[in-house]
Design a protein around this ligand. Structure first.
Ligand code: ZN
Length: 322
């Protein structure tokens, strides 16, 4: 925390970077983590699930698919309402969305409204799981039921959310330069090894995989997760996660399965862990090509040249994977 200053306000400004960075978690290798992180195929048959559940009160058990990391109009940089999000996500065959509203500019009453809106837009067909993202620490928290947040400063907000959530996720590690303070690593349960906004839609980002591998050396219980980072309909994509076991459409069940690594990641019908060695190499090359194109675009913009939208948009779609 040395060198970090906080705004003396009950508002959160979200522009503060973590000061204490641990070089121990810096990663740059390209090697594959799949064998180390592939979740156990501990499938439970639907018959076995039914045997365990009470006959009358149990909600229906089924295979569930969903996404993590999405923003509604409650985030300062997103515009969709919860009913709009529900329609969009259900059009992709999804059952749940773990929301990650930006804490910036929110107050306690906003958090109460978010939890209420999540509940109101959920039913037995689709579930919104409330969550909050803190860009200043490059993390998000999932499974917040009735948050009471101390808005004194960024660290008290972090501690409040940590204490009242079920999962702490290192989000888009590229924005943290693949390096997090030890105290955040000690709290985290999952690493976003693929963020569709920042990493494209091809494959897990190698540096984020390496970060996860490093963290798992000390904390083997930390699991991978993929995040869509949805802000607008144009960002809707086919990358999603599927739970390996059948179960109820219930936040505790879903987050428990994610935390136990009983999840699989898909791009459309393609299970990403099934991609062969050559396919992985090709997809990783496309990530680096995308990064290079972003670098060129940024450099041009800094020198005052903007690529016309009619060229930039289709080029982005091609480079980022549609
Ligand atoms: Zn986000």
């Amino acid at each position: 925390m040395n060198g970090t200053s906080f705004k003396p306000s009950n508002r959160y400004y979200g522009l503060i970077r973590p000061a204490s960075i641990s070089p121990g978690y810096t990663a740059s290798s390209f090697s594959v983590f799949l064998s180390a992180t592939r979740p156990p195929r501990n499938l439970l048959s639907s018959a076995a699930m039914k045997d365990r559940a009470p006959a009358s009160a149990a909600p229906p058990s089924r295979k569930l698919a969903g996404i993590s990391h999405a923003h509604s109009e409650n985030s300062f940089d997103a515009s969709c309402t919860y009913p709009e999000l529900r329609r969009l996500f259900m059009s992709k065959g999804l059952n749940f969305a773990c929301m990650t509203e930006h804490i910036e500019y929110l107050e306690q009453s906003d958090l109460d409204r978010i939890v209420r809106q999540c509940r109101e837009a959920s039913d037995d067909q689709f579930l919104f799981i409330p969550g909050i993202e803190m860009d200043c620490w490059v993390v998000y928290f999932l499974g917040i039921k009735d948050p009471r947040v101390d808005f004194t400063d960024n660290r008290t907000i972090y501690e409040s959310l940590k204490a009242q959530s079920q999962l702490c996720v290192l989000s888009h590690p590229i924005k943290a330069k693949f390096s997090y303070p030890d105290w955040i690593v000690a709290d985290c349960h999952a690493v976003e090894i693929m963020n569709n906004k920042h990493d494209g839609k091809f494959y897990f980002r190698p540096q984020s995989e390496a970060l996860l591998r490093r963290i798992r050396q000390a904390k083997p219980e930390v699991v991978p997760i993929v995040g869509m980072d949805f802000h607008a309909p144009a960002q809707l994509c086919d990358v999603h996660m599927r739970l390996m076991r059948e179960g109820p459409l219930d936040a505790d069940f879903i987050l428990g399965e994610i935390r136990a690594a009983r999840t699989e990641f898909f791009a459309g019908r393609q299970r990403l862990t099934d991609v062969g060695v050559a396919g992985r190499m090709l997809r990783r090359m496309r990530i680096h090509l995308m990064d290079f194109a972003h670098f060129i675009n940024l450099t041009l913009r800094k020198s005052g040249f903007r690529i016309p939208g009619s060229i930039r948009r289709p080029l982005s779609r091609l480079l980022e994977g549609g």
